[in-house]
Design a protein around this ligand. Structure first.
Ligand code: SAH
Length: 259
């Protein structure tokens, strides 16, 4: 990492990160098409089915799930500001009978064992780690229930040092798709499918909307060095993606609890 970009994401205040991300529709790379593609592998949902959407953010994928499946969704995020936005969104779209947004932590879930048909989590399981999340969430799924998560993965067996260093700081658990699939199976799920999110999920849907959001954020925090540093970090992340996108990406993993 060079001296001009030597902050790490772990150093920023949560409330600042929250404010930054609450002004955009997605808090991580993804798309409606990718959510729908993943949903197409989930069989047997009906009006009694329950989905938990963990680390839902402001609920981009929650709304897609509600509009394209008969199930009810409990969407959980650590930050009340995101949950308020999600609940406003659900009420604007007349989806309050199908979506319930709650504040909580994905490593201490307020749910009963075997409560859910599906556990969904886009761009969020990294907060507790892929293996730990898959292990801990297992008991909340009914038998034959599904897990559907996206996770940052290496797309090649080797890569340039700069991008290796960046990820070793941001999320050292990043690994290749075969290694992650093996972890999912070791935890006890059957692997249903994996697919890599297209580039547009990062560019058009994630980094591009941040350009305007960054301008507004900086004008709200005029002269605030920490806010400037956060924007610098996010711009650096964007630039790294455009330089090294062939080496990493987000991958959808869908697994089934078979016993
Ligand atoms: N699923 C959304 C948000 C992804 S960003 C999307 O794809 O747009 C990751 C989300 O995880 C953020 O909303 C963050 O607030 C949330 N998060 C971080 N730690 C968490 C925890 N321990 N429990 C629940 N949510 C958490």
């Amino acid at each position: 990492m060079n001296n001009e970009n030597n902050s790490t994401i772990h150093e920023f205040d949560f409330s600042l990160i929250c404010e930054y991300f609450s002004s955009i529709d997605r808090q991580g790379p993804g798309s409606k098409e990718a959510t729908l593609k993943a949903l197409s592998f989930i069989e047997g949902l009906d009006a009694r089915s329950r989905i938990a959407d963990l680390g839902c953010g402001t609920g981009g994928q929650t709304v897609t799930l509600a509009q394209n499946s008969p199930a009810s969704i409990t969407a959980l995020d650590l930050f009340p500001l995101f949950i308020d936005k999600l609940n406003e969104r659900a009420s604007r779209l007349n989806l309050t009978d199908r979506i319930s947004g709650i504040t909580g932590s994905m490593d201490d879930l307020p749910f009963s064992e075997e409560e859910f048909n599906v556990i969904w989590s886009e761009g969020a399981i990294y907060n507790i780690g892929f293996r730990k999340g898959l292990q801990y969430w297992y008991k909340f799924l009914k038998k034959n229930g599904y897990i559907a998560v996206t996770e940052a993965c290496w797309l090649t067996d080797s890569r340039p040092q700069e991008i290796e260093d960046f990820w070793m700081d941001a999320y050292p658990e990043i690994d290749t798709i075969p290694s992650k699939t093996a972890q999912l199976q070791e935890v006890g799920y059957e692997s249903v499918v994996t697919f890599t999110l297209p580039e547009k999920c990062w560019t058009e849907n994630f980094y591009v909307p941040q350009i305007e959001a960054q301008k507004k954020f900086l004008s709200r925090h005029d002269g605030d060095a920490v806010a400037e540093e956060l924007v610098k970090y996010m711009r650096h992340e964007d630039e790294l993606y455009s330089r090294y996108k062939q080496y990493y990406g987000y991958v959808f993993f869908i697994g089934k609890k078979i016993s």
